[in-house]
Design a protein around this ligand. Structure first.
Ligand code: PLP
Length: 394
């Protein structure tokens, strides 16, 4: 397999075959295929009538254009999957996958700590479809084993590195249990950025990303991706055709542009995050730091190649007002939601990504009101540390 830094720039370069002659006069940057309609004298017309093959045909913009298909191909290759489908957001990728793979009245097993938006889908969308959900600790495969036996679910779900507590799911073991039970495992791999881990290689059936985060990396695109085998992507595509949650070609083009620098951004961001996690853990004003680099055993069990650039920490005072005062003092670390981009962002998950969760339930899952989540960007590491240390000194 060609390394990501090569394949994201040269997606058609064959890894193990003669690449053949170069195409003369080739555009280095692809054009954006914006047309929402194509003439019906090509293979698209047949696909429209037959009801299959639409995913690869030029017919109508909701089914995709050359630009959205190119970006999807890049993400499929990055995640070592057969096929990928791009959606209008990460949430659209999650709801499309869940509603495609769990029938009404079905059963769902989900890790206990996940993005707050996923919790909301479970509590509203899935519940309204009569779907029963049970929760488990993704670091404790034995809990899943029991639920697989008792509930016989249609789908199991976890995040490779969970938002916001950064627990590392034991994806290989969870996938083995799911395979034995004949149940697909879906992994929201947003926090692994397509770089730390490839869940499909570890036995997962489907991977989703909020491509808004690391994959795009520049905080200027909302997008999602689903990666799996062709049959699963066809099922998700059928749902997308009904819901219309397709990606816009402009967003897909920006996403593909962002992807070209993903390996560089990732290495720099992770290196700085490792450094900041270690220094925060040593700081007397900090009670606890959550980052996979500080939990080597969990990284090996996962397995994870690198820890990602998001960390979370609690101040020694464990006081939300103190956390708010710290946010107000920071100048380089910007108080904003989201993560994975080139600029360093910091927020309170209790007031952002997990604000929709019942406060009691949120606290019972270990997400304290005063927990701070830091997404490390590409700024100079020492400048970032100086900003954090100055705010902590108060
Ligand atoms: N999955 C995870 C792990 C996330 O953190 C988020 C958003 O923060 C999403 C999905 C939703 O992505 P989007 O905001 O692109 O809809």
């Amino acid at each position: 397999m060609t390394s990501p830094s090569t394949l994201l720039l040269h997606p058609d370069y064959p890894a193990h075959a003669d690449p053949g002659p170069a195409i003369p006069g080739r555009a280095i940057v692809p054009a954006i295929a914006r047309s929402t309609i194509n003439t019906l004298d090509g293979p698209g017309a047949d696909a429209l009538v037959a009801g299959h093959g639409l995913r690869d045909a030029d017919v109508y913009g909701r089914f995709g254009t050359a630009t959205t298909r190119e970006a999807a191909k890049l993400i499929a290759r990055l995640e070592h999957g057969e096929a990928a489908l791009l959606t209008s957001s990460g949430m659209a990728a999650i709801t499309t996958t869940l509603t495609s793979l769990i029938p009404p009245g079905g059963r769902f097993v989900c890790a206990d700590v996940v993005y707050g938006g996923t919790d909301s889908v479970i509590a509203t969308g899935l519940a309204a479809r009569g779907i029963q959900t049970a929760r488990f600790d993704a670091c404790e495969p034995a809990q899943l084993e029991q639920l697989l036996r008792e509930l016989e679910p249609d789908l199991v779900w976890c995040e490779s590195i969970a938002n916001p507590l950064l627990q590392v799911a034991r994806v290989r073991e969870l996938a083995q249990l799911c395979q034995t039970a004949g149940v697909p495992l879906g992994v929201d791999a947003t926090f692994a950025g397509g770089m730390a881990q490839h869940p499909l290689e570890l036995g997962a059936s489907v991977v989703v990303h909020s491509a808004t985060k690391y994959l795009n990396g520049h905080s200027d695109v909302i997008a999602g991706a689903i990666v799996s085998d062709e049959a699963t992507i066809d099922r998700c595509f059928a749902t997308l055709c009904h819901t219309g949650c397709c990606i816009d070609p402009q967003a897909a083009w920006l996403l593909a542009r962002g992807l070209r620098t993903l390996p560089l951004r990732w290495d720099r961001q992770v290196q700085t995050a490792n450094l900041l996690a270690a220094r925060l853990a040593d700081h007397p004003a900090v009670a606890r730091v959550h980052h996979p680099s500080l939990a080597r055993d969990a990284m090996c069990a996962a397995p994870l190649r690198s820890a990602g650039a998001v960390l979370a920490f609690e101040l020694a005072s464990r006081d939300e007002d103190a956390a708010q005062r710290m946010l107000a003092r920071l100048r380089l670390c910007t108080h904003a939601t989201s993560l994975g981009g080139i600029e360093t962002l910091i927020c309170l998950p209790s007031r952002t990504s997990h604000a929709s969760l019942d406060p009691q339930l949120r606290r019972s899952r270990g997400i304290a009101d005063a927990l701070l989540r830091l997404s490390v960007g590409i700024e100079d590491p020492e400048d970032l540390w100086a900003d954090l240390a100055r705010a902590l000194a108060h």
